[in-house]
Design a protein around this ligand. Structure first.
Ligand code: GDP
Length: 153
């Protein structure tokens, strides 16, 4: 696959499902070109957050109440002009209590519980993004990517 630089891999974390967050994301002008529910294994969760593996909260992030692995994550390829900044602004600050103060309309202010249950994620490194998109969607051929059997967008 070839993904233009504006594409981004965004994730709706477990526990944020079925709360209208997908229509919220679309309403903010993001195009969802691919979407897939995946239950992360521990290894996938670690791979997902590999850029944080040396941070003091890494173990908490992977293990917290098994949160990341407690149900399906919705993986999405999103597109919008100025994608990185727009998605960051839409997510709001990492800490949801700060988001509720500083960005009350943000996705985290509306949907996130606490700093380890932040509702949404977005890959910020373009090279990693493309690798992760290929890894996650590798079972979907270009043709079948629009098939309702695989995608429900
Ligand atoms: P994001 O891009 O806003 O999600 O923030 P990061 O990529 O920096 O962090 C990834 C995830 O790690 C966040 O969504 C939080 O769940 C968690 N995290 C980030 N910073 C901290 C922190 O200082 N303490 C704890 N406990 N978790 C953190």
């Amino acid at each position: 696959f070839f993904f233009p630089l504006e594409d981004m891999l965004a994730v709706i974390k477990p526990d944020t499902q079925h709360k209208g967050i997908i229509s919220e994301i679309r309403g903010r002008g993001f195009t969802i070109s691919r979407l897939k529910d995946t239950v992360l294994s521990r290894e996938m969760a670690e791979e997902f957050y590999r850029e944080h593996r040396d941070k003091p909260f890494f173990s908490q992030l992977i293990n917290h109440g098994l949160f990341l692995r407690s149900g399906p994550c919705t993986m999405m390829v999103l597109t919008k002009d100025n994608m990185l900044e727009e998605w960051r602004a839409s997510m709001g600050p990492t800490d949801p209590s700060e988001a509720r103060q500083a960005a009350p309309g943000s996705l985290r202010a509306c949907f996130a519980k606490e700093i380890l249950e932040t509702a949404v994620h977005g890959s910020s490194n373009t090279q990693h993004t493309h690798q992760k998109i290929q890894f996650l969607f590798r079972d979907i051929s270009t043709e079948s990517a629009t098939s309702p059997a695989y995608l429900y967008i």
